[in-house]
Design a protein around this ligand. Structure first.
Ligand code: ZN
Length: 343
C-alpha cells in the first residue's frame, strides 16, 4: 500500500493518529496547530476528508467530528479517513467567521505557500489533506441568527456526486454552483467529489443537525466502502430542489414569524408579519410560490431588504418532502427525547 506521511508522522495501515498540523504562529510567537485525526484501514480504498469550522463561528461540524471519532460505528476497514474538526483555528479562538487578516478562508483556496495568512492556511490544508483525497464533506452552518434545515449542497449534475449526496440521507439536496476561492472549488478542480453539509446556525449547537451530520458521514463512509454496510431502519428519501430563493423584508420593523423551518408553504401563505413598536403591522411577508422553508432568520428584528426566509422549490409533491423531514427528525430524536444516543 501507498506510503502516507503527514507532519513527520508515517501513517500505517490499521492505525489511528492524532496529528497537530503546524499553521502560522500568533503575534506572540505562540504556535498554532490545526488538529487532524487520521484513520487508515488495513485494506486499500478511497481517501475521504471531513472538515469543519472553515468558518470559525460554525460549531456544529466540530461536534459532528468529535462524536464521529468516539463512535463505535467508525471502524475503518479500507481506505483512509482524514477528520479535521477545526480548520480555521484562529476564527474559532475569536468566535468569528473570518481569519485574523479579515479574510474569509473559504474564499482563499487553493492559497499559496508564501501568501497571506488565509492563503497559507488554505495551502497547508490543500497540500496535506485535500490533495490526497478522492471524496470530501465540508461541514457548515447558517450565519449568526440564521438557521438552516439540514441540507446537502453539491454539484448534482455530476452523477457520482449526486449518488454521494443521496447516500448522505437528508431530505433536501440543493444543486449549488462552485464559489470562487472555496475549498469545494479547489477540491473539485483536483478531481475530488465534495459535498457541503449545511445545518443549524452559527455559535450554537443544534442536536438534530449534529445527529443528522454524524449519521450522514457514516452513511457516506459505508457507501464508499470504508466502513461496514449500515442497515437503515427508516429510509429517508432525498429530494433535489430545482432552485431556491430568499424572501426579504420590504419594511424595517419587529418580526412575528408565522412559519418555521421545515414547513411547507403555498403561494401567498403568510410567513411573518413586520410591525412597529405601537402594535401596528407594516407588512405581511408572504410566500412568492409553493415550497419548503430550508433557512430562516431567528432574530425578531428586520431591516428593510434583509433576508428572512430561504425557500426551496421542488418538482415533486411538497407533502412527500415534509413527510421525509418529519421521518428524519423522529428517527434522530425519537419521542423528542434528547437522551437517546443511537444514531
Ligand atoms: Zn460556512
Amino acid at each position: 500500500m501507498e506510503k502516507i506521511k503527514i507532519a513527520g508522522q508515517t501513517i500505517e495501515p490499521g492505525q489511528r493518529y492524532k496529528i497537530e498540523l503546524p499553521v502560522a504562529k500568533l503575534y506572540t510567537d505562540t504556535d498554532v496547530n490545526m488538529p487532524l485525526f487520521v484513520i487508515r484501514g488495513k485494506r486499500p480504498g478511497p481517501s475521504v476528508f471531513v472538515s469543519a469550522a472553515i468558518h470559525g463561528d460554525e460549531l456544529n461540524g466540530i461536534e459532528i467530528i468529535r462524536r464521529l471519532i468516539v463512535s463505535k460505528s467508525l471502524k475503518i476497514t479500507s481506505g483512509t479517513l482524514y477528520l479535521v474538526p477545526i480548520v480555521n483555528v484562529y476564527g474559532v479562538l475569536s468566535q468569528s467567521r473570518y481569519m485574523p487578516d479579515r479574510r474569509d478562508l473559504n474564499r482563499s483556496f487553493p492559497g499559496s505557500k508564501k501568501g497571506s495568512m488565509a492563503g497559507r492556511v488554505a495551502h497547508t490544508f490543500m497540500a496535506e489533506i485535500v490533495n490526497r483525497c478522492q471524496y470530501g464533506v465540508d461541514l457548515h452552518t447558517g450565519a449568526i441568527h440564521r438557521s438552516n434545515l439540514p441540507q446537502v449542497r453539491a454539484d448534482l449534475s455530476d452523477q457520482k456526486t449526486l449518488e454521494l449526496a443521496e447516500a448522505f440521507g437528508v431530505p433536501v439536496l440543493l444543486n449549488s454552483d462552485l464559489r470562487d476561492g472555496s475549498l469545494r472549488e479547489s477540491a473539485v478542480e483536483h478531481g475530488a467529489k465534495v459535498l457541503l453539509y449545511e445545518a443549524g446556525q452559527a455559535l450554537r449547537f443544534d442536536e438534530i443537525s449534529i445527529r443528522a451530520g454524524v449519521r450522514g458521514v457514516l452513511n457516506i463512509l459505508s457507501h464508499l466502502g470504508l466502513i461496514r454496510r449500515r442497515r437503515q431502519n427508516k429510509k429517508i428519501t432525498p429530494f433535489v430542489a430545482n432552485n431556491s430563493s430568499w424572501v426579504r423584508a420590504s419594511h424595517s420593523g419587529i418580526v412575528n414569524t408565522v412559519k418555521n423551518l421545515g414547513d411547507q408553504v403555498k403561494k401567498n401563505d403568510n410567513l411573518a408579519n413586520i410591525g412597529g413598536p405601537f402594535g401596528e403591522i407594516f407588512e405581511e411577508v408572504n410566500a412568492p410560490r409553493a415550497g419548503i422553508i430550508i433557512g430562516k432568520q431567528n432574530i425578531p428584528l428586520a431591516q428593510e431588504g434583509e433576508a428572512l426566509f430561504h425557500i426551496a422549490f421542488f418538482s415533486e409533491a411538497d407533502e412527500d418532502i415534509v413527510d421525509n423531514i418529519e421521518t428524519m427528525q423522529e428517527s434522530l430524536i425519537p419521542d423528542n427525547s434528547l437522551t437517546v444516543e443511537s444514531i
